[in-house]
Design a protein around this ligand. Structure first.
Ligand code: TEU
Length: 544
């Protein structure tokens, strides 16, 4: 069956479902233990084969696949216009893009524009001498009058953000590792070079970009010290008044937006460091970035009121032209099923998926959540992630959320015929794609059903959001309404039967089930002011 949903509209990025691929851990096609572009190509059917047998996502975001020494796993780019040989070649990339487009799957590249790798030729030139024309492409400073670092700014990954360069007798600034020097966005030549990178990929046909730490491009022109605040790690012990969120950003966003708008149907999504809806509102909307990740869900406990408050806050802060953008997991944070804990991971996976995919806003999935993956356990000796090595055992780094996708229960999990770069999760013989594909009750089947249903329901894709309970304690109930369609979503967060008492009148008395964990499709239900739900029940119904 082919669905009528047409993703070729200007608003595809508001209505579509996005899926983050972490390429090194997705699928390996040549047996070297690292995922690659060939692996992604071979598994596009999983993402969208045009039928509800597949997940049905509309767009993929690829974490960085550029040449890189991998000091920060590719978020340290040494050439923005090529592909790391571990992942393949530009030819492989073009093949992948073509195959994705044939399936109506759009593709976003990850642009890491705050910093480069220290091996990028720009930095190699910049550090070669104070007179080099590229010197000013990075942020160089003399020592303080006392012969120390220029100011108190800290690196996110630990220690001072200033690194001494013996050869040229100056410090350079790095927000992350010393191997990731920050670019100087105040230099117009840098800006032009980076916009050229955008053009390079847009000309190749990519549909847009995910912009890494997009609010850190500029630092205070006077390099003032950050004031202190309570926190555990060095970086967290400062208020970041001067090393990010500078007013100059808005000019750059306007330029980027203009550049993107000069190509049809392109978009970008920004990752804002320490973002929150009030801050994000400054940066997205008309003439600014299309979307900004709302990371509030990743900080909420498993409670319906927590999520509803996060949604209301996001909605209340939307600027003109803004649109919510929710996510539960990504390559930097513990997977949501590990965060939520409890004895019912699969039940919670379904409730969380139903919420994410029926709210008003663009959902971003992280690879593996569609099969209910949890964090892996990585022994100290195998840790690859720099902050993991530095802060172990207080913080184990991000490797646990980057373990390979298990496609089946064979020796390499169908991920690789060799030795995977990070170990497969210990439960991969149960939690894998093949095991879930044919099981109608699996987490994967549930994601599929939700995503394909969404395509058929304008109310879910673009309708209004109207909560029905002011202070939810057991579960959420809300309406999604568009012209001609009203959908009711009811979710029981807990393992006990629940009676949800609604604070508002429903617009209809009779409802027809369109998707549910406990009810048959087309079952008709009469409702007044209460909804009875079984433990962990998800119920979606349409007003009749
Ligand atoms: O992340 C920025 C960011 O906010 C994280 O570094 C976060 O603080 C960290 O994961 C907590 O340990 C982006 C990328 O998503 C991340 O993978 C990169 O390491 C980072 O930028 C530097 O490019």
């Amino acid at each position: 069956m082919t669905y009528s949903y047409n993703p070729n509209s200007e608003t595809w990025w508001r209505e579509g479902v996005f899926y983050q691929i972490y390429p090194r851990s997705f699928a390996d096609s040549n047996g070297d233990g690292n995922g690659d572009l060939g692996g992604i190509l071979a598994h596009l059917d999983h993402l969208n084969d045009g039928t509800p047998q597949s997940l049905g996502v509309d767009a993929i975001w690829l974490s960085p696949i550029y040449p890189s020494p991998f000091d920060d796993m590719g978020y340290d780019v040494s050439d923005y216009c090529d592909i790391h040989p571990m992942f393949g070649s530009l030819q492989d990339f073009d093949n992948l893009l073509r195959a994705a487009h044939q399936r109506n799957l759009r593709l976003l590249m990850d642009l890491v524009f705050n910093h480069t790798s220290y091996l990028h030729p720009w930095f190699q030139k910049s550090r070669s001498s104070r007179q080099n024309p590229k010197r000013d492409w990075y942020i160089w400073k003399d020592p303080s009058p006392r012969g120390k670092v220029p100011n108190n700014w800290q690196s996110v990954f630990g220690g001072s953000a200033w690194e001494w360069d013996e050869a040229t007798q100056q410090y350079y600034y790095h927000m992350f590792l010393p191997q990731q020097p920050d670019l100087n966005w105040r230099n117009p030549a840098v800006r032009e070079a980076l916009y050229d990178v955008m053009r390079f990929w847009l000309e190749r046909g990519v549909d847009g970009f995910r912009l890494d730490v997009v609010n850190a491009y500029f630092k205070d022109a006077l390099f003032r010290d950050n004031p202190p605040r309570f926190g555990l790690r060095g970086y967290d012990r400062q208020k970041h008044l001067y090393d990010k969120d500078q007013p100059e950003l808005l000019e750059v966003y306007a330029e980027m937006r203009q550049l993107l708008d000069s190509y049809p149907e392109r978009m970008c999504v920004g990752e804002v460091m320490d973002g929150h809806p009030e801050l994000n509102a400054r940066y997205c909307g008309e003439g600014k970035l299309h979307l900004i990740f709302d990371f509030n869900f990743t900080r909420q406990p498993w409670h319906p009121a927590a999520f509803q408050n996060a949604v209301l806050r996001a909605e209340a802060n939307l600027p003109p032209g803004g649109w919510p953008c929710y996510t539960l997991s990504n390559h930097d944070i513990s997977r949501h099923l590990s965060r939520y804990g409890g004895r019912y991971p699969h039940e919670r996976a379904k409730v969380a998926a139903a919420m994410l995919l029926t709210l008003r806003g663009t959902p971003f999935l992280y690879q593996g959540e569609e099969i209910g993956m949890r964090d892996g356990k990585i022994p100290y000796a195998m840790i690859q992630d720099p902050p993991g090595k530095r802060y172990y055992p207080f913080y184990k780094g991000r490797d646990p959320v980057r373990t390979p996708i298990p496609w089946d229960d064979s020796a390499g999990g169908g991920f690789t015929s060799g030795k995977p770069w990070l170990p497969l999760n210990s439960d991969y013989r149960q939690v894998n794609v093949a095991a879930q594909r044919d099981d109608p009750n699996s987490v994967f089947s549930f994601y599929r059903k939700l995503i394909w249903l969404r395509k058929d329901c304008p109310a879910l894709r673009r309708g209004s959001f109207e909560p029905l309970i002011r202070r939810p304690s057991d579960g959420l109930a809300y309406l999604r309404r568009s012209e001609g369609q009203t959908i009711l979503v009811a979710l029981n967060f807990f393992a006990l039967p629940a009676t949800l008492r609604l604070d508002f009148d429903l617009p209809a008395q009779k409802w027809r089930t369109i998707l549910g964990t406990h009810r048959e499709a087309d079952e008709e239900v009469a409702l007044e002011r209460t909804i009875q739900l079984s433990p962990h029940e998800v119920w979606l119904a349409e007003a009749i």
